[in-house]
Design a protein around this ligand. Structure first.
Ligand code: ADP
Ligand code: MG
Length: 231
């Protein structure tokens, strides 16, 4: 057997000198100004900071939704900057799951269909996708909502469906951008504990929040200001 060419890193996430510039009609915005970050697998990282400091930009880079202007974004040893479109699609499908502040469910589909969709898009058999979605939904306390239309759920229920959808393809990394920003405190607690639970299954979680209370459940917290970490 040929030995692997590179030594596997002890970090799941490695960012080095990451910058991101946006050119708007009026000006050039520097959203990220030299971000360095290392996160070992199985950790729960909370990123805090004021509105506009670059949190979502950073999360979008980690999610493969956008590319850095410069610097290295590496997840599971894969460098986002040098990926082809096909590699990026696979990365988004299998390496990361993303939970958004406004849930982004398809309102007319059922809970089960919403949760199973990324597995179907990834080419999984229908039976397999729906069975796995059902198991995860039951696990997260939504057994009575499986066949309900997503638009009829409460915010807390929608966000739990979004957590299941992020997990359906079993990614090692789960990203959450202000996942409790739109929830009452009881629903927020349920979503946070579902995210917390993921690390006991070896997953890495990166959550952006401006709630210090939400950040308190993380293993580590980093604060951003003006596009960089200040701690
Ligand atoms: P946060 O999530 O911390 O509120 P963002 O990452 O959304 O911050 O934004 C960081 C900075 O980049 C802000 O000044 C914002 O206005 C700017 N920005 C974000 N996205 C874009 C974009 N697509 N085009 C131009 N400017 C953007
Ligand atoms: Mg944001």
């Amino acid at each position: 057997m040929t030995p692997p060419k590179t030594t596997p890193s002890k970090y799941l996430i490695e960012l080095c000198g990451v910058t991101k510039l946006y050119q708007t009609e009026e000006r050039l915005v520097q959203a990220l100004a030299g971000v360095d970050l290392e996160v070992p697998p199985g950790q729960f990282l909370a990123i805090v900071g004021r509105s506009g400091c670059g949190k979502s930009t950073l999360l979008n880079l980690l999610g493969g939704l956008d590319k850095p202007s410069d610097g290295e974004v590496s997840v599971s040893g894969q460098n986002i900057l040098t990926m082809s479109d096909k590699q990026l699609t696979n990365y988004r499908r299998f390496t990361v799951g993303i939970v958004f502040q406004f849930f982004n469910l398809l309102p007319l589909l059922s809970v089960l269909e919403n949760a199973a969709l990324p597995a179907l898009l990834a080419g999984r058999k229908k039976d397999f996708a729906f069975q796995r979605a059902e198991e995860l939904l039951i696990n997260i306390g939504l057994e009575e909502r499986l066949h309900q239309q997503a638009s009829l759920l409460s915010g807390g229920e929608m966000q739990r469906v979004a957590v299941v959808r992020a997990l359906i393809n079993d990614p090692p990394l789960v990203l959450a951008d202000e996942p409790t920003g739109n929830l009452d405190s009881k629903s927020a607690e349920a979503v946070l504990s579902a995210l917390r639970e993921l690390t006991s299954h070896g997953k890495t979680v990166v959550m952006v929040t401006h709630s210090r209370e939400a950040a308190a459940i993380a293993d580590l917290t980093r604060e951003m200001r003006d596009g960089a970490f200040i701690d």
